[in-house]
Design a protein around this ligand. Structure first.
Ligand code: PMP
Length: 351
């Protein structure tokens, strides 16, 4: 071993779902939206002046920040934007979780949380979900250095009521509670109305799911001015320009086309319910999803086997080889046609 290796910040990275190189894959493994971004996005993108690319973007991304504040009815200084919500969440861990007490998040949740905790040397504990995979608010009422809850949770797809989130926020006035609402637009109950009442609450959102812009990398946080300013200070201490010119423009413009946004998310939710029924007819137990994916376990065929056989047929879903959820598949809701193909493939596999 080289001596310099003693000084390395070693870490076991998060593993994202596979991005296949082959064409014609039915890609239901990373919770992307099957529909294109709203109409205005492409023309806004094309109208960007190439000549301006020699100039740095606005470090405060004001065009986008102000558009988001207006859209969500917030005041000035209540939004900060970053390169996807992963960037914002990572910044939250670094900014708010700076004590010796363990932060808390569920044992089954977004698998990036323990990775950030490890890379930033933040102690953490993971209260187990109950036997129905639900979060118990009372587990978050003990001494801690901060809390992160994905609502709806991933990969379980289950949402919590706003009143349950409120119980957790109210019981923890001395730490920051982060609610990751990556999937909330597909039927979850947002904690937004609680922002007025609680100054220790921060809500994190993304453009990657309901706004069909995973490739543009836009995420944001909403909270009171003080919390947002702390995030901005740390962000500006790492990278002054956190979004590209195109992300700032496209992110602001797509908020204007509410109609297409509503149409796309309804289509995903309708297809989700159809797919759930079809999976249940074929012996799957499927969680009651409030997201754009289904978390499902077959009565007799192991998750790993289904995952591999579907992959062989060109259909990619996600399988997590960890103790409590090994039997499950996480299936992103695609177009109606893609889901029909999934069901046909399962019919061939399950005979
Ligand atoms: N939170 C949760 C719960 C997620 O599942 C994801 C998607 N992997 C993210 C945050 C991050 O999404 P993005 O960085 O694309 O905004």
């Amino acid at each position: 071993m080289k001596k310099w290796e003693n000084n390395i910040r070693r870490t076991v990275p998060y593993v994202p779902g596979e991005q296949p190189k082959e064409e014609n894959i039915i890609k239901l493994n990373t919770n992307e939206n099957p529909y294109p971004p709203v109409r205005g996005a492409l023309s806004a993108h094309l109208r960007l002046e190439f000549e301006k690319m020699r100039l740095y973007p606005d470090p405060e991304a004001r065009e986008l920040v102000e558009a988001l504040e207006k859209y969500y009815g917030l005041g000035g200084g209540q939004v900060v934007v970053g390169t996807g919500s992963d960037d914002i969440l990572s910044l939250c861990f670094l900014t708010f979780f700076n004590s010796d007490r363990p932060i808390l998040f569920p044992d089954v949740t977004y698998s990036f949380y323990p990775v950030w905790a490890q890379v930033y040397r933040i102690p953490y504990e993971c209260p187990p979900l109950d036997e129905n995979f639900c979060i118990r608010p009372e587990d978050y009422m003990r001494e801690n250095g901060g809390i992160v809850i994905a609502n709806p949770n991933a990969p379980t797809s289950l949402g919590m009521k706003r009143s349950e989130i409120e119980e957790i926020v109210r019981a923890n006035p001395d730490v920051v509670v982060i609610v990751d609402e990556a999937y909330v637009d597909f039927g979850g109950e947002t904690a937004l109305p609680l922002l007025e009442k609680y100054d220790n609450l921060l809500i994190v959102r993304t453009y990657s799911k309901s706004r069909s812009l995973a490739g543009m990398r836009i995420g944001f946080a909403m909270g009171n001015r003080e919390l947002i300013q702390f995030l901005r200070d740390v962000q500006a201490s790492i990278n002054s320009y956190s979004l590209t010119r195109e992300a700032i423009r496209v992110g602001a413009v797509v908020l204007e086309d509410e109609e297409t946004f509503q149409k796309n998310r309804s289509a995903v939710m309708d297809t989700r319910e159809w797919s759930r029924g079809e999976l249940e007819k074929r012996g799957f137990q499927v969680m009651d999803s409030q997201t754009n994916f289904l978390f499902a376990k077959h009565g007799s065929v192991p998750g790993q086997k289904l995952f591999e056989e579907l992959k062989r047929k060109g259909i990619y879903v996600r399988h997590f080889d960890s103790e409590r959820i090994r039997d499950y598949l996480r299936i992103t809701v695609g177009t109606g046609e893609q889901m029909e193909q999934l069901i046909r493939a399962l019919d061939e596999l399950l005979i």
